[in-house]
Design a protein around this ligand. Sequence first.
Ligand code: BES
Ligand code: ZN
Length: 631
Amino acid sequence: MLRKLLPSLFALITTLLIVSSCSSKDEMTDDYDPARDYFTFANTGQFVTEHLALDLNVDFESSELRGFAMLSIRRIDADARELVLDTRDLTIKSAALLTADSSEPAEFRLGESHETLGTPLFIAVPDTAGERFDLMIEYNTSPKSTALQWLPPELTAGGRHPLMFSQSQAVHARSWVPLQDTPAIRITYEATVRTPESLLAVMSADNDPLTPRTGEYYFEMPQPIPSYLLAIAVGNLYFAPLGEDTGIYTEPELLDASVYEFADTQAMLEQAEAMYGPYEWGRYDLLILPPSFPYGGMENPRLSFITPSLLAGDRSLVSVIAHELAHSWSGNLVTNATWRDGWLNEGMTSYFESRLMEVIYDVKRVDEERVLMYRELLLDLERVPEHMQALAPRLDDTTSEDFQGGIHYSKGQLFLEFLEKSFGREKFDAFLTSYFQEFAFGTITTEQFLDYLEMNLLSEEGSPVTREQAEEWTYQAGLPDTVTIPSSENLDNAASLAAAWSGGEIDLADVSVEGWSPQTRIHFINSLPTDLSKEKLGELDSAWGLSETSNAEIGRTWFIQVATRRYTDAYEQMEAHLNRFGRGRLIAPVYGALASNGEDRELAQQMFERARSAYHPITAGWIESGLYEDD
Ligand code: BES
Ligand code: ZN
């Protein structure tokens, strides 16, 4: 089944490859509660965590974190006597309950493990602990913690120091901290982190660019965040400023290139504030990680984690930065109540990202990206089962091979573009600004969004949009007919030229590519007919240097074609691409295309086996499901 799905989806899915059988609101059975988080064991109706204090040793020898987590907890149900936390592969050494005047060992036990959810940790909380208490847990992580990747020096840019980083979204925070791992709960946190002396630790917290490199670091995160935004990285990291409130952490070898590539970050931050209200988090820095980072970016607050594959040398891939920055509002400030409402994070952020890109660059560039996004959406809609095509699908803890692909990103963006077009930009911007203000530091469901939308826009006299139309977007499969299909003159032109050249009407030399963006080239390549001859592919390759491209997105597009069309002349360079990058989006679809071209499944498996030790387990999982699973 998975093998048939467009492999490019892999970059956007989470470990939540999880759904059940129906999506439309009407079809839902009574016992499905859309506001409930089905991906946590935590009994958040009885206890809520308010603050977390970590004290951790980072041990590169054993690939483990070791130390203490102290959770400050409030009992909101006076009758509750047992607290349930989420864990995964953690060794719990001891637990103690601390109140204002006592400290008692706490009785605890681990429950049965679940493949997706991990292992519940049950802690007895006697009456005597009162309404507020601190729970001190001594623990260590396992080398196979699903959140942490421990890189040996050879997988870093410098090659001399090890590096580790976390990826907590969606349900992996529990594999490095025992906690209530659900976006429904927000916590402030502080942390003391001990590392080998020459290395620097950074977190999704108040990183100080001037901190002395002592091997002991202290962090505070005063704004309450959901657990999936807890983040840490340790390595031979250095800082360079970009602007007054923005800067870059990365290995020294990548510092100059990163400062050049992401020079517009400060302007993006200022523009975002001008559009949707104050940035609530203090500084905004980027952490540029080694290639094995599985995503394009991750919006860890104050410090987005970023793939080095954006370093194209021409700032052409920085929409990912706009995206992660935009999450500081959509996602981090106003958070999806559960993963079923993920479009409120990702769709709204995709919309915000393109609005930012329009101002920092220009509308033509963004229209190009919109067209590429729309093309991928159509491919998603062909392959993702209907019950997962709603923006707010039914998601519970039933494991399934089905998933939403990137639909919550692109369909979410198109939904908001529809609203913008209907109400006018000015009015819709004012609506979003007040939405961020109203729900700041809160979590909301799709239904709360719809109610707020109705109250503030849809219920106006003469409103151009009805609630029914809005609900078509959130609850129905496919695309409503209120969609505006993106278009770009540049890309239309590239598609016509691709047709003319492949049809033999013009020579490649007549295609004047000067001034073409990478996105235009990508569209040209995607527009080539399936029966294009090998000679023509070779001609294009040598004219445009495709197999040697330094632009990761062009490489992705080209090598998907190479694999699909069995253009074996470029297989060596294709394997080089597969070894060079670790971001799922860039490589999983290439493996997928190779595995499904009818001839090369085994070759794909061999290439994967050669490369896999350098990949993040998340990326390896995406690739594996495309290479080994049966229909
Ligand atoms: N929050 C996501 C990454 C993510 C999603 C991690 C789901 C774990 C589970 C991040 O903001 C994101 O969307 N990254 C995209 C960027 C792109 C759409 C601009 C990526 O990694 O490709
Ligand atoms: Zn995102």
